[in-house]
Design a protein around this ligand. Sequence first.
Ligand code: A2P
Length: 293
Amino acid sequence: MEIDRDFVPRITLSDGSTIPQIGFGTLAVQPDRKSSDANAETTANIVSQALEAGYRHIDTAQSYGTERGVGRAIAASGIARDELFITSKLANDNHAPDDVRRSVNQTLNNLGLDQLDLFLIHWPLPTLYGGDYASTWATLTELVAEGRLRSAGVSNFQPAHLDRIVAETGITPVVNQFELHPYFANDEACEASRRHGIAVEAHSPLGHNRAPLTDDTIGQVAAAHGKSTAQVILRWHMQHGHIAIPKSTRPQRMHENIAVFDFELTPDQMASIDALNRGPTGRVGPNPDTYEG
Ligand code: A2P
């Protein structure tokens, strides 16, 4: 199915930029996280297929080792720069302000870009760097002022982490990207992000371990609409106003995951999926309060 890419809605961020509500995630598209030529070729092929499928928002990270491959796919695509929205994230080794600056230059070089659309602190690491994620955040805001980054945000920030960086710098991230799916609604992170006017972006939107993909309730909703369970989960994200970045290495699924704008879940169907939330036990990935990278 051909998707009109203009059909993917854009969310307006607090600094006035807009981000396509569905992006393409690149975690684990490679066999490992090395930034090798072979891996760059693998990622370039997969991201080229995603661009072909209509994705214009690509999510990478210093730690995924996928930046070079994303850069190759961008260069080969011929797509106008202003049609693309590229996000990367700061590796856990690079939180010291000098390392932020050096690594952002490397990221831009890897991607072949002069400016990144969005750059996130990947993890708050509150138990490392003397607990000082605020200086790291302050450095990102300087890079926005200098034009290296168009927008700056955070990832995996808990309410206390958000409160602190806003209090210390007076500058609010535009996005908080964190684990969020039907089995883990992450209410606290959602509420705190919204309270600060920060857009909520779901990583692992399908559950990462794929468990929600075989859920009976979601399966029934999917059958009622003649859609796949993945499409119903992504539609649930869209109707909640989340940005979501599903990953797939398979072109058929890339197409499927972006084709979620021609049907609508009823309030009862939304509520039945909301009710699947397992609270903290639904979390699949690391807990940001204790994660040390
Ligand atoms: P694959 O890359 O083989 O398609 P998340 O984005 O939540 O981390 O989920 C990604 C996982 O879900 C990957 O294992 C991916 O596998 C799988 N996946 C992605 N899209 C679909 C889909 N439409 N149907 C089933 N599984 C999917």
